[in-house]
Design a protein around this ligand. Structure first.
Ligand code: NI
Length: 141
């Protein structure tokens, strides 16, 4: 049997969505208000789901306290109250980073957490950019 444990964490970050190879008109058409050169912010809600068997000794799938510490260290403390484009090379397209869309942020968060969890546990993330817009990623290529 397997059961899913979930932990919800939050971080607030600024970003700008654009493609540096396009002119501003094209960026405006594709990204709309999200292309604002002055940036804008979101309250990101990240739900971390860990699926696996219940450990017969602890009764846990994963210790949620440890999961919280991992999320704080590798995601929340890193990104909270920062500018994703300017403060983090992974989202700085001039430095080879990716456009900080909610899809790309979820992938970066997944890749940051995955190495720190036991291999037999399945990880998936749900990342809300707004209460109505969210993505889900489970590491599938
Ligand atoms: Ni945005």
């Amino acid at each position: 049997m397997a059961i899913t444990v979930a932990k919800r964490v939050t971080f607030n970050s600024a970003h700008r969505l654009y493609n540096p190879h396009w002119d501003n008109e094209t960026n405006d058409r594709i990204f709309g208000l999200c292309n604002n050169p002055s940036f804008h912010g979101h309250n990101y809600d990240l739900i971390i789901k860990v699926k696996g068997p219940i450990d017969p000794i602890t009764g846990f799938v994963v210790d949620v306290k440890e999961l919280k510490e991992l999320a704080e260290k590798y995601i929340c403390h890193k990104y909270d109250h920062t500018n994703l484009n300017l403060d983090h090379p992974e989202f700085n397209q001039e430095q080879g980073g990716v456009n900080p869309t909610v899809e790309n942020i979820a992938k970066v968060c997944y890749d940051a957490l995955r190495p720190h969890l036991p291999k037999h546990l399945k990880l998936s993330l749900v990342l809300y950019e707004t209460p109505r817009n969210f993505v889900e990623y489970d590491g599938e290529e």
